[in-house]
Design a protein around this ligand. Sequence first.
Ligand SMILES: Nc1ncnc2c1ncn2[C@@H]1O[C@H](COP(=O)(O)OP(=O)(O)O)[C@@H](O)[C@H]1O
Ligand SMILES: [Mg+2]
Length: 361
Amino acid sequence: MRGNDVILENLSMSFGDFVAVRPTDLKINAGEFFSILGPSGCGKTTILRMISGFLNPTHGRVVIGDKDMSGIRANARPTALIFQNLALFPLMSVRDNIAFGLEARGISKKVRHQKAEELLDLVALDGQGDKLPTALSGGQRQRVAIARALAVEPSVLLLDEPLSALDLKLRQHMRAELKDLQRKTGVTFIYITHDQGEALTMSDRVAVMNKGVVEQVATSDEIYAHPKTPFVASFVGEQNIFKGKVVGKENGYAILETSQGKLFGQNAHGLNEGEEAILFVRPERMSLEEKQGQQNGLSAVLERRDMEGPFVNLHMRAGDQSIAIHVTNVEQTHQPLGADQKLWFAAQDAVVMRPGELASE
Ligand SMILES: Nc1ncnc2c1ncn2[C@@H]1O[C@H](COP(=O)(O)OP(=O)(O)O)[C@@H](O)[C@H]1O
Ligand SMILES: [Mg+2]
């Protein structure tokens, strides 16, 4: 039956001395669209290969439903895997490509074709079954690959950066399609990507990974608004980063002495006076006019203005501190470059953390 939780228990993987995945505990709920997001080389594919059964973990285990998967071969697991390179069979019709996995399972031709038609319908390729994959667009081929993976009725679909070979426009279009398909089928999707936009738009929950460690698991909104570590804060979305020392604490807020004076933010790591700290504030949380409750004020020089139509990105500088601000066209400034500009942000829109590794650009 469909509807099996995927549970990783103390799962880790080493290649020789190199630890690709540190001991990880994770529960992915049945029917969830779950993404694993992180930079290249952080261990995403390694986790997926352990779930699919193509790689045996060094320690720990994968449980699907209430079944321990240890020792169970990939093709006997209730999972199907889709890679970046789709590897459709070029000389086989779209229909036969989709039905391929069913033939290997000894299912009759009539049933295979019936199933293929249903899946063509599901991925909005009805009437295209007789074509060769080369006659389809990149996005259509991607849908054939998904239909082929779904043909064997997996309860868990594992997708390893499946959109990365497509161009930007198609990639964005396919996000909505994948999400829609996941909802319609109820199959658990475990989706791997280094693209935060993909992870944030499609997922019920996201795990952010760095160097073999899952640093945070939460909804997209939670990851964006309440990152738990400097890496998550800096990898997901844009941030202004101020360095300083804690000089006071007040109702869950920390006061930081920085090169720009005292700044207030949420004391996410419960730091004490005297500790080194960094403060994160997102460009869209900064404003050019003081609004109610914005305790933090700075002065900076306008260096660049990027007009994007409805939004305007301003690049400012205050000494060696660069500051980015995103405002709507309505709120923007028409000051000339080089002009002094006051900036404001609320303490509740800023997060203070213990210093740690940041995501590199
Ligand atoms: N078979 C292997 N032997 C040695 N090192 C490997 C092997 N597979 C992956 N690695 C290493 O493990 C790390 C994680 O790889 P991977 O899971 O593919 O990362 P990601 O998918 O996040 O880009 C990388 O440093 C990679 O070079
Ligand atoms: Mg990978």
